[in-house]
Design a protein around this ligand. Sequence first.
Ligand SMILES: [Zn+2]
Ligand SMILES: [Zn+2]
Ligand SMILES: [Zn+2]
Length: 155
Amino acid sequence: MTVNGSYGRQRSADWSTVREELRVRGLRWTPQRRTLIEVLSRADGHVTGAELVERCRRIDPTTIPSTVYRTLNVLEDLGLLRHSHGADGREEFHVQPLASHGHLHCRSCGTTWEVPADEAAVIVEALQRSRGFAVDLSHLSIGGQCAGCADIASG
Ligand SMILES: [Zn+2]
Ligand SMILES: [Zn+2]
Ligand SMILES: [Zn+2]
């Protein structure tokens, strides 16, 4: 994907057509998938696949993780979700709003911050210019030390 198309734009997932979109992809509308959509439509911010499986299990104890992960991939293909990677590399799914953003992870305190497209533009545009590289902003994750931890470290 290119970042330009989603610059600063917020797109809320439209769950009302998801049933039809899954059918077109050859995926049946099963109770498990309906449960996942229900969970996703109530989620906001970042959730890991494991958390989503857990939330589905609270509604439907027979939830099968592989079905959840497979459906998540399809929903991402459909543009209803986007994933990034947490500090430990595991996938975190973003649901409404789906504004494209990068992440900063502080290695000292473990806090994560979102970097909105306008703030990341300086990095994204520099790489585009120097390398012709189209950055996937949701995969821009930078590790380091936050200002608060740097203060403590410097005494
Ligand atoms: Zn990824
Ligand atoms: Zn910190
Ligand atoms: Zn994020």
